[in-house]
Design a protein around this ligand. Structure first.
Ligand code: TXA
Ligand code: MG
Length: 353
């Protein structure tokens, strides 16, 4: 295998509406995976950068392609929920979660079995598993016949890719193959929960399976402190990914906590070259201000906002603004996923208006 950053990347597309028509591509991608190579594929959340999860060297190639710190473990993707049995010690709560939420945007952390390489778990005693619902991801996993370790397919430090263009920007020449499957449905990464010894859940990353969904399913759920707040000096990190400032635009990002009127007044007083991620309701009213507006969609439409957030952050980053502002998202429903991603992109800089 050639040096990781000078590969000839193969490109192909497979339609989520008809993955069977892309069988030749999926067979080719499976052969690459089984030979220890890397394949980027679409999922319903974000694109994943996959390699054979049972091959330690293949998993190591993922870290090299992303420039990912070696202490940040990978999620293992499986075609069917029962395949988790081969990888981890599954408590009864896993079967209940699988029946309710799989396939879908939920990742579950459980004690790892010895067959899972250290390069996948980053040396932890647990492993994260996820069964994606995306038709192309599902077809690829079935064809490959091996579990596939896959973090988001961005370079470490840039936003997760939600469409082919983003993947190509970050991964051309760094992976063996990229499968274009169109735009991802959710646009934010999966919800991550850890099953504790007593069967309760610890929410480590909010996503499209919301806290409310988990509660109404009957789970006893605790939200890990780092999800909504900054890690304090010396605080133990429950999920290694929490300590990295993942989605970091070049210009500083500040989140505005206040009413539309207060946000308008604040922005009108600023002198710098500003980009503002605006709700559709604001865009019209803020047009006369001297700032570049990027629309998040309607204020109530958190699903639409989640879908476009990472694209907006990439687009804003291409222009050299002095500063970026955005409204502080709500903390309920899918808002919690937006809040979690945005406070980290903003390095927890919230301006109380
Ligand atoms: O939606 C998703 O989950 C996407 C798609 C491709 O499936 N994947 C994804 O992977 O977001 P990644 O690597 O970007 O984020 C995985 C997060 C990291 O923050 C990592 O620290 C955490 O999961 N993680 C993985 N294994 C863990 C473990 N055993 N214990 C605690 N956290 C773990
Ligand atoms: Mg990631």
């Amino acid at each position: 295998m050639k040096d990781v950053n000078q590969k000839k990347t193969l490109y192909a597309s497979v339609s989520p509406d008809d993955p069977a028509a892309g069988r030749e591509t999926l067979v080719q991608a499976s052969l690459i995976l089984r030979a220890g190579g890397t394949v980027v594929f679409p999922t319903e959340t974000v694109y994943g950068l996959g390699a054979n999860a049972l091959d330690p060297e293949a998993a190591a190639r993922i870290y090299a392609a992303k420039g990912r710190p070696a202490d940040n473990p990978l999620i293992v993707h499986i075609a069917e929920p029962y395949e988790a049995d081969a990888l981890c010690v599954c408590p009864p709560m896993y079967a209940r979660l699988a029946r309710a939420f799989m396939p879908g945007p939920l990742t579950v952390i459980m004690p790892a079995k010895p067959c899972v390489p250290k390069t996948v778990t980053a040396g932890l005693s647990t492993v994260a598993v996820r069964c994606p619902a995306h038709p192309v991801a599902h077809a690829l996993l079935l064809e490959a016949g091996v579990p596939v370790a896959a973090p988001s397919a961005n370079l470490s430090g840039s936003p997760s890719p939600t469409c082919f263009r983003h993947v190509k920007e970050d991964m051309d020449g760094r992976v063996d193959m990229i499968i274009d499957g169109g735009e991802c449905d959710f646009g934010v990464e999966s919800t991550i929960v850890k099953i504790e010894d007593d069967g309760s859940l610890l929410l480590l990353r909010p996503g499209a399976v919301t806290l409310e969904d988990l509660k109404s399913f009957g789970a006893d759920v605790t939200v890990a402190p780092a999800v909504l707040g900054a890690l304090k000096e010396g605080e133990t990190v429950l999920s290694p990914g929490m300590k990295y400032r993942h989605y970091a635009p070049k210009a500083p990002l500040y989140l505005l906590d206040g009413t539309l009127e207060k946000r308008r007044k604040f922005l009108a007083e600023q002198k710098a070259r500003i980009a503002y991620l605006a709700y559709a309701e604001e865009a019209e009213q803020f047009e006369s201000l001297s700032l570049a507006l990027y629309s998040l969609g309607e204020e109530k439409d958190t699903k639409g906002q989640a879908k476009c957030l990472f694209r907006l952050l990439r687009d804003v980053d291409k222009e050299n603004y002095d500063v970026i502002y955005a409204p502080l998202p709500p903390m309920d429903g899918l808002g919690m996923a937006l809040y979690n991603r945005m406070i980290r992109a903003a390095a927890h800089q919230i301006i109380k208006l």
